[in-house]
Every structure is written in C-alpha cells, then in structure tokens.
Write a protein that binds this ligand. Structure first.
Ligand SMILES: [Zn+2]
Ligand SMILES: [Zn+2]
Length: 300
C-alpha cells in the first residue's frame, strides 16, 4: 500500500509550482487566462447587448461572485485535480488489485482517436453531473449547500461559479468512477473543463440568444433562468431544468420547464432574506445541522 498522505502532499507541493506557472506563463493550456478571457468576453457581451437592460452592469453581488469564480474554478478545483485526484487514482487502483482485478475498463477509450475522448468523456460526465445536480436538490442536507448557488438574485455570467466548495467534492467523487471505467482520468479534462466553462458562463449571462433547434441540446440563459426561479410549479417543487452544459437530459426526462420568457422573474428560494450574504457566512451555512429541515419541500 502506498502512503496516501505522501501522495497528497506531493500533489499539493506540485500545485504551488503549478499555480505560479499558470499565472506567469500565458499559454493555451492555462486555466487562469482562459477564465479571465471567457469572463471578459461575457462581461462585454452583457454590456453591449443585455437581456435585462435596466440591470446594473455591476449587478448585486458581482464582486462576491467574482471572488467565488477564482476561488472555485481556479484554486479549489485545481487543488482537487492535482492532489486529491492522485489519491483517488491510487486508492481506486489499489482497491481493484486487492480484489484481483488488474483492469476494469469497460471500454479502453484511450486507444480511440483523441476527439472521441472529448466527446465520450464530455457526454458521460455531463449526464452524471445532471443526476448529481438533481441529488443536490432532492437531499435536504445537500440542498443547504446548493442554496449558495441559488442565492443569486440578479443573474449574470459570474454567478456561474458561485457555489459551495462541498459541491466540488460531491461532483468529483460521483463522476470519477464512471469516467475511470472508460479509462478517462481527471487529468484529461482540460478541453472539457474549458468548454463547460464557456457554456456555463453563457447560461448565467444577462444575454438573449436564440439557439434554434440547438436549444434542445445545449443549455442557455432562457432555460437556466427558470432553474433559479423563486416560484416553482406545485408539482415540481424539487426543481426544473437541471442541465449543466447539455439541456437534452431535461427534455428526455421531462424536467424541462419554460412556461414563458423568464427575463424578469424573481430569483432565489423561499426565505432567501434569511440566507447569509457574506462568503464566510454562506460557506458555513450548510454545516449547521439546525439549518437542515428534512421535511422541507420548498427546494428550488
Ligand atoms: Zn440547482
Ligand atoms: Zn445556475
């Protein structure tokens, strides 16, 4: 058995160097500049052609979301990628060897052409994430963490990455096994990560774009705003439009919901006025057992 702590610390040390390189070297394989570039692009789009014209360009909580953006996308998600993923890979492989299995790959995707890695990995990951997102709404304890994302009251691109860091743990843990089964590790995810970043920023942006028939495939602002709706239909209290990058899962499972143009609908969830407004307060909220109300059926 390997020393998992050592693997974790090495991953972490490597991360410090990596972080420095990310900031000092501009390249196409650099998360830091992609995040800045994509954010600047959507900031300009919102400025030039806003959907809600009377919404402030620096809307409510813009700077809070700006902070979340770097905290979640850059710092935390890369720490998980670089340190925790090494541990998971080793645990997973050791576990398999313990029960006498050397190779559990259902399909050996790595021998396929490179574009298929992207496509298969992307579709499978998005599908798993769609289920995880439903779970975040369904399980009361998880919903209390997910409320951070739903505490957005004025929508804009930066709201995309306002979420509790616990979500990273839930998503990464659940999506890892199915991806490992087809031989795609967390490290192969650069392209998928950037693509989902672009579509995620788009979904949350204050921008209207008619995708035509592609709206049945890709998530979009007109659909995702309803996911953030304060008021939900009586029979759909655990939420609607759960799609992250793809909208197709909602259409296939009948969880799609766009009753009319949602440009000006009220966003949030019941009793949002009691929800903490600060980064620290929001990050502590989900850990307080008194906040977990098992019978609550008002999940948004
Ligand atoms: Zn949600
Ligand atoms: Zn959202």
């Amino acid at each position: 058995m390997k020393d998992y702590l050592e693997i974790f610390t090495n991953g972490y040390k490597g991360y410090a160097n990596y972080l420095w390189q990310e900031i000092t070297q501009i390249s196409l394989h650099n998360y830091f500049y992609w995040l800045i570039g994509v954010s600047v692009f959507f900031f300009l789009v919102e400025m030039v052609k806003p959907w809600r014209e009377n919404q402030n360009r620096f809307r409510k909580d813009f700077w809070l979301d700006f902070f979340y953006m770097f905290f979640n996308f850059f710092l935390f998600s890369l720490i998980i990628y670089n340190a925790a993923s090494d541990v998971i890979v080793n645990l997973f492989n050791d576990g398999l060897q313990l029960i006498g299995i050397k190779n559990l790959l259902a399909f050996e995707v790595m021998t396929w052409p490179i574009w298929t890695h992207f496509l298969v990995g992307f579709i499978l990951r998005d599908f798993v994430q769609w289920w995880v997102h439903r779970l975040l709404h369904k399980v009361p304890a998880l919903w209390e963490f997910h409320k951070v994302h739903h505490s957005v009251e004025q929508m804009g691109f930066a709201a995309h990455l306002r979420y509790h860091w616990m979500e990273n743990i839930v998503y990464r843990t659940i999506e890892y096994i199915p991806l490992a089964l087809i031989g795609i590790g967390l490290r192969d995810f650069f392209m998928i990560h950037i693509f989902t970043l672009i579509v995620g920023h788009f979904n949350h942006s204050n921008f209207r774009l008619n995708l035509g028939f592609l709206k049945y495939v890709f998530n979009n602002p007109q659909m995702h705003i309803w996911h953030h709706a304060y008021e939900l239909p009586e029979n759909r209290k655990t939420g609607v439009n759960f799609g992250l990058t793809l909208s197709i899962w909602d259409y296939l499972w009948g969880t799609d919901y766009i009753p009319y143009d949602g440009r000006d609908i009220k966003l949030g969830f019941p009793e949002i006025e009691k929800f903490p407004q600060s980064f620290i307060g929001q990050n502590l909220h989900g850990f307080k057992p008194s906040n977990h109300i098992p019978d609550q059926d008002s999940n948004v």
